[in-house]
Design a binder for this molecule. Structure first.
Ligand SMILES: *Cc1c(COP(=O)(O)O)cnc(C)c1O
Length: 483
């Protein structure tokens, strides 16, 4: 029998005590996070200055590490699960996801091959199939979990590149320098970055014009592709966004897909944020036309209660994906290879975390109906805030709040006392944002939309209630009145 004395670094009774203590800390944190400032006030470098410059030679007691965690680390954090966290995009989580993540860390499974953790691989197959059904995607799609949407988009771009190169022959064979790719300025930064990393020349990454709703204009895409073909270039990939990070604009995927089919260009749909809405029947329209795309990604780690990271990548042509990412190292080969899935061949990394477990815990704990109710509530809160904004003199709603993101700006009081020139609107909104954030009770961010600085309230956390949205709106109105 093994006793703790034989293995002094694995005292399971001590671990049990510490784990219980940490679980208590976690429950208190989830209950009370709203009473902390949502953003830290520390100056840059303050956390580093509070920590020793060199590592400890001898091990330190758990109590001391935990005390420093509470004293130095926690006050230096931005609390993404704070009910007043309305910035960027939601990166939500939930108790079942957190619990599953604890199990994942405990088991420490490596999910590179079926053989290295059979249940992990098969659970990933099952949960990806569940997600596909939940989102109403065609059965032609097969899913795989990637760490982030950025990685999924890079995977799509590399696959698209290889498919386009595979079609070249004669004098153009192997001419990576001829490939072009298309998206819009409203696309997430990860999109042009993925194109560049896949080897598309920066000068061949095209930003297609957008219309008044900040969505791609298909006629403009058509003209750009025609012009590139005429110049002897080879269109390889289009990335359409369903729910831009700035304003949840939705590119017209059906029209874009028709062009891509005709031109044999890979169409990837980045639905990182808004894609989760497709599980709600009355919001399934967000995926209109997506069944005609080659690949699509959405993030359960944004709006499906699975903690970061867990990105669902769906692709139709498995052979194309495996052609680009298959790794046939002898040491990894097993007798089961023709009957199983080896996820190391489905993406960039060899080593993979056991992410399917938290997805499984979440889907089972809430059920599809529970997850739908969560999304409906965020959409309802977004519409409510949009109504308040529309009813408030001096405020302008910038985009329809259909998916839990409210984009607006302050344009000054209509009482005629103060003339505000249009050029100062941007500065005014930045000031308003800083004032609201300085309260420590809410955190909102802004973005540039069609040349104007606008403010955003992004809903999607389990902790945010109608009262929290009301309180945030009151802070915004108060800050505006103080202008
Ligand atoms: C958040 C977001 C991304 C980036 O997602 P990661 O998973 O963090 O890489 C990409 N595209 C859109 C539209 C997003 O909203």
């Amino acid at each position: 029998m093994t006793t703790p004395v034989d293995r002094p670094h694995l005292d399971t009774e001590q671990f049990r005590r510490q784990a219980h203590e940490i679980v208590d800390w976690m429950a208190d944190y989830l209950r009370d996070v709203g009473s902390r400032p949502v953003q830290p006030t520390a100056e840059p470098g303050a956390v580093r200055a509070a920590l020793p410059a060199a590592p400890p030679l001898a091990g330190e007691p758990f109590e001391q590490i935990m005390a420093d965690f509470e004293r130095i680390i926690v006050p230096g954090l931005t609390h993404w699960g704070h009910p007043g966290f309305l910035a960027y995009f939601p990166a939500n989580t939930s108790p079942p996801s957190i619990l599953a993540e604890m199990l994942t860390a405990t088991i420490g499974a490596q999910c590179m091959s079926w053989n290295t953790s059979p249940a992990a691989t098969e659970l990933e197959q099952v949960t990806m199939e569940w997600l596909r059904q939940m989102a109403g995607l065609s059965a032609e799609f097969t899913g795989v979990i990637q760490d982030t949407a950025s990685t999924a988009t890079l995977v799509a771009m590399v696959t698209a590149r290889d498919q386009a190169l595979g079609r070249l022959d004669g004098s153009t064979a192997g001419r990576l320098d001829l490939l072009t790719a298309y998206t819009t300025l409203e696309a997430n930064h990860s999109v042009p970055k993925g194109m560049r990393l896949a080897g598309i020349r920066p000068g061949h990454i095209r930003m297609v014009e957008t219309g008044p709703e900040n969505a791609m204009r298909p006629e403009a895409l058509r003209l750009m592709i025609n012009a590139d073909r005429a110049a002897g270039l080879v269109p390889a990939a289009v990335v359409a966004t369903v729910g831009t990070t700035g304003s949840t604009a939705i590119d017209p995927v059906p029209a874009i897909a028709a062009i891509c089919r005709e031109e044999t260009v890979w169409l990837h749909v980045d639905a990182a944020w808004a894609g989760s809405a497709a599980i709600v029947p009355e919001l399934r329209w967000v995926f209109d036309g997506v069944d005609d795309a080659d690949s699509v990604v959405f993030n359960p780690h944004k709006w499906l209660l699975v903690n970061f990271d867990c990105s669902a990548y769906f692709v139709k042509d498995r052979a194309a994906l495996l052609g680009s990412f298959g790794a046939s190292a002898e040491i990894l080969r097993t007798a089961h290879d023709d009957r199983v899935v080896n996820y190391r061949d489905w993406g960039i990394q060899l080593g993979r975390r056991f992410r399917a477990l938290k997805l499984w815990f979440v889907i089972r704990s809430y059920g599809v109906e529970g997850l739908r109710a969560m999304i409906r509530e965020h959409v309802r809160l977004g519409r409510l805030l949009a109504e308040w904004i529309e009813g408030e003199p001096g405020f302008e709603l910038i985009a329809p709040a259909t998916l839990g993101l409210v984009v607006f700006r302050y344009v000054g009081h209509a009482d005629g006392k103060r003339e505000v020139r249009r050029e100062s609107f941007d500065a005014m909104n930045r000031t308003l944002q800083n004032r609201v954030n300085a309260t420590g009770r809410v955190f909102i961010t802004g973005t540039s939309l069609r040349g104007n600085y606008v403010l955003r309230v992004a809903l999607g956390h389990l902790s945010t209630s109608e009262a929290d949205v009301g309180a945030a709106w009151e802070l915004i109105r108060t800050a505006a009145r103080a202008h």
